[in-house]
Design a protein around this ligand. Structure first.
Ligand SMILES: C[S@@+](CC[C@H](N)C(=O)[O-])C[C@H]1O[C@@H](n2cnc3c(N)ncnc32)[C@H](O)[C@@H]1O
Length: 292
């Protein structure tokens, strides 16, 4: 399953990568946005592409055809400033396309509730993280598990799911995704099990956000990105759920008060045609701001 870049034209129109400029793609992924940005930067441009997942870096090394200078950096964008500054002290544009890419669902990371895999959920190597999803469900207190599922998953049955997890682990370790799916299904009412949205969607989202510390990483990444931009530089962020969108919106509001200029007054969303071709784009929201 290859990853289709979302809102690609809108990203190019709003970030306006131009010949000779230096850009950062903070979420390289399958390299779709990187490739298109690099083509606009041309032979005298420079693209610095970051991903926390080494498979994205390996794929890009093989696949990306960049006319100018390319730096592939394995790392977390929460350290974007430290990662980029030694290569380029100031940049013209930065893109953050949040979350995970389609092929990471098939990579044995435990991100999919449709495949039986170990419960890890780290986007990068698990050794880079403080804990995995397996530790949350087996070791954390019920109230803490419920809070994670409630706040990061916005799951209305968080309390019931956390209780079922704690009951189940008394019988033995919860170690696989399908084991967790069965526990979630046993905890929610029948009408919730037969809806279009899979009943495990929100719990899986919550665990992934917690394990990867996604919201704090986003806050740190936005702050570092802003510091890296030179005057007139543009920052674009594509978010996929309300928690991320809120953080981006508030950050942009704060920077507007400090003189930043919103390129997108309202978030840009995918056209009906894009959603038809790539259902994942349904929840994508693009926001762009420029630094004065
Ligand atoms: C939605 S995909 C990006 C897709 C990409 N724009 C494309 O066109 O293929 C998000 C990527 O960001 C990476 N990622 C997520 N959180 C990260 C973080 N905190 N630091 C660095 N990379 C991260 C994921 O590993 C994934 O490859």
């Amino acid at each position: 399953m290859s990853h289709i870049p979302v809102l690609l034209n809108e990203v190019l129109e709003g970030l306006e990568p131009a010949a000779g400029e230096t850009f950062v793609d903070a979420t390289l992924g399958g390299g779709g946005h990187s490739q298109a940005i690099a083509e606009r930067l041309g032979p005298s441009g420079r693209l610095i592409a970051i991903d926390v997942d080494s498979s994205a870096i390996a794929l890009a090394r093989e696949k990306l055809q960049v006319p100018g200078k390319l730096d592939l950096v394995l790392g977390n964008f929460r350290q974007i400033k430290e990662l980029v500054e030694p290569l380029a002290p100031a940049v013209d544009g930065i893109l953050m396309d949040l979350g995970f890419r389609s092929d990471q669902l098939l990579a044995g990371k435990g991100l999919s509730f449709e495949r039986d895999e170990p419960l890890s959920m780290t986007l990068g190597e698990s050794s880079m993280y403080s804990f995995t999803a397996k530790e949350i469900v087996n070791d954390w207190e019920e109230a803490h598990v419920a809070d994670i599922i409630r706040y990061y998953g916005e799951e209305r049955f968080a309390g019931r799911i956390a209780r079922a997890i704690v009951q189940s682990r008394k019988q033995g370790e919860i170690s696989s995704t399908l084991q967790l799916v069965a526990i979630i299904e046993s905890a929610v009412p029948k009408w919730y099990r037969i809806r279009r949205l899979h009943p495990a969607t929100k719990t899986f989202q919550a665990l992934r956000i917690a394990v990867n510390d996604e919201l704090d990483a986003l806050r740190d990444g936005l702050t570092g990105s802003w510091e890296l931009l030179q005057a007139g530089g543009r920052l674009g962020v594509i978010s996929f759920h309300g928690l991320e969108a809120r953080i981006v919106k508030n950050f942009f509001k704060e920077k507007k008060l400090e003189g930043g200029q919103l390129i997108t007054r309202k978030a840009i969303t995918a056209s009906r045609e894009e959603i038809r071709l790539n259902p994942r784009s349904r929840s994508a929201q693009l926001r762009i701001i420029s630094k004065k």
